[in-house]
Design a protein around this ligand. Structure first.
Ligand code: CTP
Length: 404
C-alpha cells in the first residue's frame, strides 16, 4: 500500500502514544520507510529507543542536536513524502495552529512543505473545548489534514464514550492511504458498493451463507473514497473494519441488502455489486431449533431478489458494474451475466486461481465489456484491482455524461 513511501511520524505526549508502535509496524509491513520524532512530553510516555529499534533509525528528540548535513528539523522536514502527527495532543495542535516551533515536532511541522496529517487523541473535554476546536479550524485553513478522533472508551474512563479516542490502526492506515492518493478523479461522485456475504437464517442457530469476507468490496470503497467519491457501502457480516470516509450500512440477509442498496442507489454515479449474495433463502424460518429427524432432510428454499438486476431495471444514469465468480465456462458464464443484467462491465474472478478469491489480499481478474472487449490483469493487490475497476468506471461515467 505504501511501497517506497517515506513517512515521518511525530509522536506527542498522550497515553495513546503506545499505540503508535503498532501503527509504525503496520506502515512498515505495507512497504513504508519510517522515521520518527518525539516531543519531550512523548518521551515521558514512551521511550525513543522503542521507535529507534522498530525503525532501525534514530528517533529525533532534540531540537538542537547536530545533524550530518543540515540542522535536524530542517533535514527531517525535507526527508519524507508526508508527515503524520499522532497522537496529536491539544498542546501540539495549539502550537502548530499558532506557528510555534519550540520542540523537534513543532519545528519540523513549521519548516516542512510536505503534506501533514494530524491524528488527534485526547480527553473529551479538551477535544470539545472551543480553544481546541478553533485551533483545529486554523490547521484546516493552513491546508493540513486533521482526522476526527473516535468515540469510545479512553484511558481516564471519564465521561465514557465521548469523542477523543485515537482511531484503530486499520482506520488510521485507511486515512493515510486516502490522503496520499494522488488524483481525485471521482471528486463528489456518488458511488454505492455492495460487499461481503449475506446470511439467510434457517432457525435461531443455523443459516445459509458463503465464504466471502468482503475484502474486495471494502478495497473498492477505500480507493473510491481516496479518489474523492461519496461512498456508501452496504455490507454483510464481516470482521473487516470499514474504510475511512465511507458511509456504511451493515446488513444480514439478501432482502435487507436489497432494501438498503435501493435506498442508497446512486443517481448519475456508480453502482458496484461486489457482494456474494445468497441466491436462495429458506422458504420458512423456524422460530425454534429444528430437531434431528429422519436420515434424509429437505429444506425448501425460495429465490432471493437479484439486487443488481432489479436496480438496473430502474434505468437511471449510473454506471453499473457486477462481479462474476466462476469456476468453469468462465467467459461464457460471465458474458451471459453481463448481458442479462445489462451491465457496463463485469469483473471476472475465479476462486481457484492461486492467490485469488475470498480471504486473500490479492486477486486476479479480467474485465469483460459489452461488445466482447476483455482486459486481463495479472495477480495484484486488491487495492490495485480496485483502482483499475474505478479508473474504468470513471472513464465510462465521463463518456456517458458527455453524451447525454
Ligand atoms: N448479484 C446481486 N443479487 C443477487 C445475486 C447476484 O446483486 N441476488 C450480483 C452480484 O453481486 C454480482 C453479480 O450479481 O455482481 C453476479 O453474481 P453471481 O453470484 O456471480 O451470479 P448470479 O447472478 O447469482 O448467478 P449464478 O449464482 O447462477 O452464478
Amino acid at each position: 500500500m505504501f511501497a517506497g513511501k517515506k513517512i515521518l511520524v511525530g509522536i506527542c505526549g498522550g497515553i495513546a502514544a503506545y499505540k503508535i508502535c503498532e501503527l509504525v509496524r503496520e506502515l512498515q509491513r505495507q512497504g513504508a520507510r519510517i522515521r520518527t520524532m518525539l516531543t519531550p512530553a512523548a518521551t515521558r510516555f514512551i521511550s525513543p529507543l522503542t521507535f529507534a529499534s522498530l525503525t532501525s533509525a534514530p528517533a529525533a528528540v532534540d531540537l538542537f542536536a547536530p545533524s550530518a548535513d543540515d540542522i535536524e528539523h530542517i533535514e527531517l522536514a525535507k526527508w519524507p513524502d508526508m508527515i503524520i502527527i499522532t497522537p496529536a495532543t491539544a498542546t501540539t495542535i495549539a502550537k502548530c495552529a499558532h506557528g510555534l516551533a519550540d520542540n523537534i515536532v513543532t519545528a519540523t511541522v513549521l519548516a516542512t512543505r510536505k503534506p501533514v496529517m494530524f491524528i488527534p487523541a485526547m480527553n473529551t473535554g479538551m477535544w470539545e473545548n472551543p480553544a481546541t476546536a478553533n485551533n483545529v479550524m486554523r490547521l484546516h485553513d493552513f491546508g493540513y489534514r486533521v482526522v476526527e478522533p473516535e468515540f469510545g472508551a479512553m484511558a481516564t474512563r471519564i465521561e465514557g464514550a465521548g469523542a477523543g479516542r485515537l482511531p484503530e490502526t486499520e482506520t488510521i492506515i485507511s486515512h493515510v492511504f486516502q490522503y496520499q492518493w494522488p488524483d481525485k478523479i471521482l471528486d463528489g461522485v456518488p458511488l454505492t458498493i455492495t460487499a461481503g456475504r449475506t446470511v439467510e437464517k434457517i432457525d435461531p442457530v443455523r443459516f445459509i451463507s458463503n465464504h466471502s469476507t468482503g475484502r474486495m468490496g471494502f478495497a473498492i470503497a477505500n480507493v473510491a473514497a481516496a479518489m474523492g467519491a461519496r461512498v456508501k457501502l452496504v455490507h454483510g457480516p464481516t470482521h473487516l473494519r470499514p474504510p475511512a470516509n465511507v458511509e456504511t450500512f451493515s446488513v444480514e440477509s439478501a432482502r435487507d441488502m436489497f432494501e438498503f442498496t435501493r435506498e442508497h442507489y446512486p443517481e448519475n454515479g456508480i453502482l458496484i455489486a461486489a457482494a456474494a449474495v445468497a441466491d436462495y433463502r429458506p422458504l420458512h424460518y423456524s422460530c425454534s431449533k429444528i430437531k434431528k429427524q429422519k436420515d434424509e432432510f429437505a429444506l425448501p428454499l425460495i429465490k432471493n431478489p437479484d439486487i443488481l438486476l432489479e436496480l438496473k431495471k430502474l434505468k437511471n444514469k449510473s454506471i453499473h458494474i457486477g462481479f462474476a465468480l466462476e469456476t468453469n465456462d468462465v467467459l461464457a458464464n460471465a458474458a451471459a451475466k453481463l448481458s442479462k443484467k445489462n451491465l457496463d462491465f463485469i469483473v471476472i474472478n475465479n476462486p481457484v486461481d492461486e492467490g485469488a478469491g475470498f480471504a486473500f489480499k490479492t486477486n486476479k481478474v479480467k474485465m469483460l465489456f459489452p461488445g466482447g472487449k476483455i482486459l486481463d490483469f495479472p495477480l495484484k493487490d486488491k487495492l490495485e484491482v480496485a483502482a483499475e475497476i474505478l479508473q474504468n468506471a470513471t472513464r465510462l461515467l465521463i463518456n456517458k455524461r458527455a453524451t447525454e
